[in-house]
Design a protein around this ligand. Structure first.
Ligand code: ADP
Ligand code: MG
Length: 475
């Protein structure tokens, strides 16, 4: 693909990001790749059917409009689902899927050699309808740093347990923002546990769980599906936030209970903590929260640098002339702060550029190539509990006062401020905020939000207080 096209694609992404906002962009578009442009048709790929249908039904026109604003020749946008293997940056030698099929063991290419790992009976995983696994997402390629030490340790523990060992934490629930390594860690668990060959391991995205269930119901093999699910030793479910629909949730709840009660390991990843999975039943949420819940934080600069180094080594296995000088690596590690996917994107561009031009990678070239990946620091995810804590402290009341039904003026105002901040700083809905404030009705929350909105216009002291609280919460 020519550089001009790549450049247009970057501009379209930037534009789209600007239009839909960071949250929506990273939820739905962060993993969209440009495949080709032909005769005015832009082909874009996404990793899952679910994303495809979501974008298709809600955003495709917007995407088209963004393209047309950049390139007037574009007439239509087509969405495709790409296979898992090629959705992950630098392509390994050979087709990883074929590697699996002909029984060859996938290895993690760390650039020095092709070290095989024992995958056990991966066909069993396929037979159970598991989601595709990427052979590069293993423990060997997972770089451990401050933000993910705990998650990594727990994941290893879970992966290496033997059948019959006591289950230490169940479920293991990992949550983190986009691109911070959830899928990598979950697939690493799957590969490693599979490699031991002791327990049946099944890795499913939540949507695969939904499709599996829905299609099983349709073909009336629901019983067989349930039996298959319950017969497994380790169930790994990725992107749980996408689990939707009442019957699927009920089934998920049964499966979860059945597995946990039988001492089988369940591992879940999501972009938010269990308490924030609003669409899930309270019982499921508390069951999910009942094991070990670990958050993976943003990748620190050191970790980013290590990931980049590992990636360069991996890429060099296939492109020996590719070299990225240390100052360039430090620059990227410093500048590209967003997430693992952007790091990967940045390196891919350098690789692309150096392959096309045959020129060595320089700092100047890197600055040009990764410019649009450099964004101001992503705003911190603010939690309702933090808001309650900070507001309570500020007004010298207790958190339980905020949640209580007391209506004295000294708690009413702080409570309204806290609800207002919850609406402003989190993505939670009004009913959810009400629930988290001692089970209040959404109209109460709405009233509080309007009240404070109305006051800040005229009350400079309150406006300043709110600014201070906001700053405390966001730093
Ligand atoms: P998530 O599922 O949380 O959105 P992914 O697991 O898909 O994120 O990670 C995004 C990219 O960043 C992947 O290419 C992944 O390999 C890489 N990545 C994230 N964290 C790490 C890590 N600790 N070590 C190595 N690579 C990482
Ligand atoms: Mg993921």
């Amino acid at each position: 693909m020519s550089n001009a096209i790549q450049e247009n694609w970057s501009k379209v992404q930037q534009r789209l990001r600007g239009e839909v906002g960071e949250d929506i962009y990273s939820s739905w578009f962060a993993r969209m790749d440009l495949e080709a442009i032909e005769d005015g048709t832009v082909r874009l790929s996404v990793p899952t059917r679910f994303l495809k249908s979501w974008i298709q039904s809600r955003y495709v026109e917007r995407v088209l409009a963004c393209w047309q604003a950049i390139d007037t020749n574009v007439r239509c946008v087509e969405l495709l689902v790409r296979s898992a293997a090629r959705s992950c940056g630098v392509k390994p030698k050979g087709d990883p899927e074929t590697n699996l099929r002909d029984g060859q063991r996938p290895g993690m290419d760390n650039g020095t050699s092709f070290r095989p790992i024992n995958t056990g009976d991966i066909n069993m995983h396929d037979a159970l309808g598991g989601s595709p696994l990427d052979p590069r997402l293993t423990f060997q390629t997972f770089v451990v740093g401050r933000s993910n030490t705990l998650a990594h340790a727990a994941a290893q523990q879970v992966a290496t347990a033997r059948r019959g060992d006591p289950v230490l934490f169940n479920p293991l629930y990992v949550h983190a923002g986009v691109g911070l390594g959830k899928t990598h860690l979950l697939q690493a668990i799957t590969w490693a546990a599979n490699g031991l060959g002791e327990r049946k391991v099944l890795y499913l995205t939540a949507e695969k769980f939904m499709y599996g269930f829905v299609s099983a119901l349709r073909t009336q093999t629901a019983l067989a599906f349930k039996d298959a699910l319950r017969g497994i030793g380790v169930l790994v479910i990725d992107d749980l936030q996408f689990l939707q629909g009442r019957s699927t949730q009920a089934e998920f709840c049964h499966t979860l209970n059945a597995l946990i009660d039988a001492g089988r390991q369940v591992v879940v990843a999501s972009d938010r903590p269990p308490s924030d999975l609003e669409s899930l039943d309270e019982r499921v949420r508390s069951r999910l929260a009942g094991g070990l819940v670990v958050e993976m934080g943003p990748l620190g600069e050191d970790l980013r640098l290590e990931i980049l180094k590992a990636r360069v080594l991996a890429a060099r296995a296939h492109h020996p002339s590719f070299d990225v000088p240390a100052p360039v690596l430090s620059y990227i590690a410093k500048a590209v702060t967003h997430n693992g996917r952007d790091l990967e994107g940045a390196l891919n561009r350098l690789l692309h550029h150096s392959k096309l031009t045959g020129q060595p990678v320089t700092l100047e070239m890197a600055e040009r190539e990764v410019r649009d990946l450099i964004r101001p620091q992503e705003p911190k995810r603010v939690k309702i509990e933090d808001i309650q804590r900070v507001v309570a402290r500020h007004y010298n009341v207790s958190r339980s006062d905020l949640l209580s039904s007391r209506r004295t003026a000294n708690v009413v105002r702080p409570r309204q401020v806290a609800m207002y901040l919850a609406k402003l700083l989190t993505l939670r809905s009004l009913p959810e905020i009400g629930r988290r404030f001692g089970g209040r009705d959404h109209t109460t929350v709405l009233h509080a939000v309007r009240k404070i909105e109305g006051l800040v216009g005229n009350d400079a002291t309150l406006a300043e207080e709110i600014e201070i609280l906001k700053r405390q919460l966001q730093e």
